[in-house]
Design a binder for this molecule. Sequence first.
Ligand code: FAD
Length: 303
Amino acid sequence: MEDQILEKLKKELPDVQKNIPLKNHTTFKIGGPAKYFFVAKSKEDLLCAVKIAKELKLPVFILGGGSNVLVLDKGFNGLVVKIEILGCKAEEDKIFSFAGTTLYDLADCAAENSFSGFEWASGIPGATVGGAVYGHAQAFNEKVSDWIESIEALDIKNLKTKFFSKEQCKFSLKNSIFKKRKNLIIISATFTPKKGNKEEIKGRMNKFMSYRKNSHPVTFPSAGSVFVNPEKRGKVIRAGELIEKAGLKGKKIGGAQISLQHANFIINLGNAKAKDVLALIKLVQKKVKKTSDVSLETEVQIL
Ligand SMILES: Cc1cc2nc3c(=O)[nH]c(=O)nc-3n(C[C@H](O)[C@H](O)[C@H](O)COP(=O)(O)OP(=O)(O)OC[C@H]3O[C@@H](n4cnc5c(N)ncnc54)[C@H](O)[C@@H]3O)c2cc1C
């Protein structure tokens, strides 16, 4: 039965693979296998993959750079579609980018064309434009939505593409319509950033990159900040500070540890399992609720 599914998938997607360890596709370096795994390099690939998965009633998970996901140890019993639809083009007053372009390449393309607005994204390892739009990525008081004109997305329900204006994307703190409506797959983004001085833009990129190198535990695998910074009485509080206050900095479970450098990061010391990370997440949520009366929500997407 299983091999029949593989055969049917292979007819439409000759490069589909079976039992691929997802730990090799996440920055956490954690996670069991995807039963089926396919890399979409074009819009046509993506449409084809979604269509056949629908026909075969296979659950689909869309993967970008894997820098914001925790894949469970049991893996994913369906088709993982990794978005590698690449390309970024600057026009007179716009930048167009496909979803699989890395944030780093987007920032670089912007800088080369003297556009300012993506310097904050320099140094986020692996992250793609699609993943950043989905989770409304932000840093240093700047957000991916600041310069968005429109987003093109494929609707799994009717297999049609649709353009969303910035307002229709419903961006809020680490959230967007794409996080709420899982039937939408981001294909491309059009930005209208402001013009600036190329040297100053590159200088800002370098400044943010060295800040990250010095303040984030970059030598260990992680998925960045695990918890969304919560809002209390209209004020954003740093989740890391609450975790520190709860006395959990450096706490280890199995091969996972709450970073000593940045308490909102959980690092993989080498052989962490997803269950170790989940146990730390639960512990943090319980202790922070007790010490600060705040319910922390995970920013990391759990698969
Ligand atoms: C060291 C480090 C530092 C980080 N610093 C920051 C930071 O400063 N600011 C910040 O905001 N984040 C940060 N992150 C987290 C992460 O990089 C971002 O959330 C990033 O935007 C995720 O992009 P991705 O392509 O890796 O998405 P993935 O991790 O692959 O996926 C995340 C979610 O997005 C969905 N998704 C991905 N692509 C698409 C698509 N095309 N269409 C629909 N859904 C999609 C996935 O299904 C999944 O649910 C950091 C991570 C690391 C490891």
